[in-house]
Design a protein around this ligand. Structure first.
Ligand code: XMP
Length: 512
């Protein structure tokens, strides 16, 4: 398939570049910086992008590409560190800057023939990242744009279609950056606009049918975005050969089990095994207060229940999973892979060895925003497609101390009010997560003429890109007031509502 390859030199923006290219409706893949040129030649990308990175080309362990990549004859765009690499390998000179400087700058295009800046004004804002600087152009290159601080803000070798940018076109602080990337992938690499979710469905359906043949597939449905979209897509491909298993672990949110059964069982008519194991889970959680033990009990019990359910569902050769692209990118360790880190600290720690399945992972090359678009295209309701992340161990990590049926009832009700109000005001869809936490602390209050001695609910609302860092959201006072009034008035057993104003780090998103 027509695609662009991004070589990853460890920039925190590598995935952002990839998402921008896909927004241009061009497929792209992220590959390790040292991918052999021969491997790339065999895959025939339409162009290469060299990402930025924290290193200096002169550093001892600087990540360097296979020099053969400059001989592939395909257009190359080097961004920031990627531009230093062009200089380093192609006869230019890079000198060590005193310090790294980030910030807004005004770019002046000095060569209006440059195809990279086609359709752009002569001056526009860019987001700079000055580290090392270019002091001699690589052979055959010329400068096509400057900023106040960099005399070579953009360079190009017109005949070889090689380009270097000192600034970051992929970030939002370079408002016209998308046009530059579009000029590169469409104008210079000649890519069409074939990457749409509608096309993707056709292709994925075909591939799933090929892979699965007449065999049966099992999928563990959690009600979250990824497994839901995977289920809808696989069902489109193979219908009743797919069986979904949905486990009620007793610590779900209000109405969750009902929604899943409604959407998948009744609307989509997917074969759905609903396992209500809530009594088993809650029995095992009785008296347990340690957060790690709670997680372990839930994880182990889930595997047990899921295993038994798959056996009851009949023999299947395949297990489907909603793995996403950020989980599988072969990334350089510099900076790490945030998405992979989130997943490692929880969730099913692998199914028992004797459950031998081959995997079906139809979302493996998609980013989250693409998965949401795919879900909408497949006809899943907004309620599922735009769902906020929810931890596998569910409300158990949002009730501090022991999980009891009474506490669950209180938290479910309070959480439902938070979700309802957040949705009604549109805030739900703008932020990463918003939820209620039950603190097993009781304090005195008055209701009518009576003294109360009840629990506290903490409201947590955070913004985040990937869950690794987060900041608390400054929700409007009138919304907070409504949340507080409604929770205290409507939820029996709560007489105080507090707002969590901690960022991560040092706090975490969940309280546990
Ligand atoms: P923390 O609390 O570590 O959470 O700041 C980071 C993100 O991960 C989610 N989370 C989980 N997701 N299973 C999941 O699927 C889990 O066990 C789990 N624990 C935390 C959390 O909701 C937040 O988005």
């Amino acid at each position: 398939m027509e695609h662009i390859v991004i070589l990853d030199f460890g920039s925190q923006y590598t995935q952002v570049i990839a998402r921008r290219i896909r927004e241009c409706q061009v497929f792209c893949l992220i590959k390790a910086y040292n991918t052999p040129a021969a491997e790339l030649a065999a895959q025939k990308p339409a162009g290469l992008i060299l990402s930025g990175g924290p290193a200096s080309v002169y550093a001892e362990k600087a990540p360097l590409p296979d020099p053969g990549i400059f001989e592939l004859g395909v257009p190359v765009l080097g961004i920031c560190y990627g531009m230093q690499l062009l200089a380093h390998f192609l006869g230019g000179r890079v000198e060590r800057g005193q310090r790294r400087e980030y910030g807004k700058g005004l770019l002046t295009v000095t060569d209006n023939e440059s195809r990279l800046f086609k359709g752009l004004p002569p001056e526009f804002q860019v987001w700079n990242s000055h580290g090392d600087r270019l002091t001699r152009l690589p052979t055959g290159f010329k400068t096509v744009a400057i900023t106040a601080n960099s005399p070579h803000a953009a360079i190009e070798h017109r005949r070889k279609k090689m380009f270097g940018l000192q600034f970051h076109p992929e970030v939002v602080h370079t408002p016209r950056g998308m046009e530059i990337l579009s000029n590169f992938v469409h104008g210079i690499c000649g890519c069409g606009r074939g990457w749409t979710m509608r096309n993707y469905i056709e292709q994925a359906v075909e591939e799933i049918r090929q892979q699965v043949g007449r065999e049966r597939v099992i999928l563990g449905l959690s009600g979250g975005v990824d497994s839901s979209v995977a289920a809808a897509l696989i069902h489109r491909a193979i219908g009743d050969q797919l069986t979904c298993i949905f486990v009620n672990n007793g610590v779900l949110r209000q109405g969750e089990a009902e929604t899943v059964r409604q959407v998948f069982g009744r609307n989509f008519k997917i074969r759905l095994h609903y396992e209500d194991a809530s009594r088993l889970f809650l029995g095992r959680l009785k008296g347990v207060t340690d957060p790690e033990r709670k997680r372990k009990i839930i994880g182990r019990t889930f595997i047990e229940v899921f295993d038994a359910a798959t056996r009851r569902a009949g023999k299947a050769r395949f297990l489907a999973q909603g793995t996403l692209y950020p989980d599988v990118i072969e990334s350089v360790p510099i900076g790490g892979n945030p998405a992979a880190l989130i997943k490692s600290h929880h969730n099913v720690g692998g199914l028992p060895k004797r459950m031998k399945f081959q995997l079906v992972e139809p979302l493996k090359c998609l980013f989250k925003d693409e998965v949401r678009r795919l879900g909408s295209e497949l006809g899943l309701p907004k309620e599922i497609v735009y769902r906020q992340p929810f931890p596998g161990p569910g409300l158990a990590v949002r009730i501090l101390g022991e999980v009891t049926p009474r506490r669950l009832e209180i938290l479910r009700h309070a959480d439902a009010i938070v979700v309802e109000e957040m949705k009604a005001t549109g805030w739900y869809y703008r932020i990463w997560q918003s939820f209620a936490v039950l603190l097993p602390v009781r304090s005195v209050g008055v209701m009518g003429d009576e003294r109360t001695y009840d629990y506290t609910i903490a409201v947590r609302a955070v913004e985040s890109q990937d869950g690794m860092t987060a900041d608390w959201v400054k929700l409007p006072y009138d919304l907070l007031e409504r949340l507080s009034n409604r929770i205290i008035n409507e939820v029996n057993g709560v007489n105080r509502v507090v707002l969590d104003i901690s960022s991560k780090p040092p706090a975490t998103i969940e309280w546990e």
